[in-house]
Design a protein around this ligand. Structure first.
Ligand SMILES: C[S@@+](CC[C@H](N)C(=O)[O-])C[C@H]1O[C@@H](n2cnc3c(N)ncnc32)[C@H](O)[C@@H]1O
Length: 229
């Protein structure tokens, strides 16, 4: 009986909210996984920091981060011109958005406290990725944070997934910008492979590999935190 009454009351709640919300559009915002990622990333960013997001599209990760980092001063650059972001909260400061050629980061040395490069590098060729990474490190004073699709090893289903992801994204990005360098030879790396590459970068003092599998929808989401000299 209690079960039936509860279900009846749940139905009233459902239809009441459905009708009560007619004509109201929920504000587009990041999903729970992205907000959890932002919470983890924020542990490595001090309040009042100036943060550059390379390949940051409309700046939505910076806007997520602003929910956790006080007075974050965010700039996002990408190879295409994105649509204006709708901020989760009206009073928040919108990140500055601009375009660049996908290689020469148009800022001076140490201009930012932290530079983010999220899910970008595996789309580029090895040489391109190395150059962009070196440029990202030079404009960062304290830290570079990467988010990558990375696993301790890639088994066959994952290799297939990576190939399909890289190919599909190439088709999207090249249609969006002439500055996207088409590359069907993607450069996904395992945790160890990334650590090896990152430790070899000049001015990198320490590399931490932080698997985000506990808070992500998929196990391949991984963060690499590079502390700089
Ligand atoms: C998978 S999306 C990730 C977007 C965003 N960083 C995020 O985490 O949601 C990859 C992004 O990399 C950008 N991109 C592609 N080539 C790039 C390059 N050479 N330099 C910077 N961004 C690039 C694409 O335009 C796209 O916005």
């Amino acid at each position: 009986m209690r079960f039936l009454i509860r279900h009846f009351l749940q139905m009233i709640q459902f239809f009441g909210a459905l009708i009560g919300n007619m004509g109201w559009k929920p504000r587009p915002s990041s999903n729970a996984h992205d907000l959890l990622k932002a919470a983890w990333i924020s542990k490595f960013i001090d309040d009042d920091s100036r943060v550059l997001d390379v390949g940051g599209g409309n700046g939505r990760r910076l806007s997520d981060l602003s929910l956790y980092v006080r007075d974050l001063n965010g700039v996002s650059i990408d190879v295409y011109e994105p649509e204006q972001i709708v901020l989760p909260i009206d009073t928040m400061k919108a990140p500055e958005i601009s375009t660049f050629d996908g290689i020469s980061i148009p800022f001076s040395e140490n201009e930012f406290d932290v530079v983010l490069v999220c899910y970008v590098l595996h789309h580029l060729s090895e040489t391109h990725s190395q150059k962009l990474l070196a440029n990202a490190t030079s404009v960062a004073a304290k830290r570079v944070i990467l988010l990558e699709d990375s696993r301790p090893t890639f088994d066959l289903p994952y290799r297939l997934r990576n190939w399909a992801h890289a190919t599909e994204s190439n088709l999207l990005y090249e249609a969006r910008s002439d500055d996207f360098a088409r590359n069907f030879k993607h450069s996904f790396k395992t945790h160890n492979q990334w650590e090896e590459v990152l430790k070899g970068l000049p001015s990198v003092k320490k590399v931490q590999c932080v698997p985000l599998d506990q808070i992500s929808r998929y196990r391949h989401h991984t963060m690499f935190v590079l502390d700089l000299n």
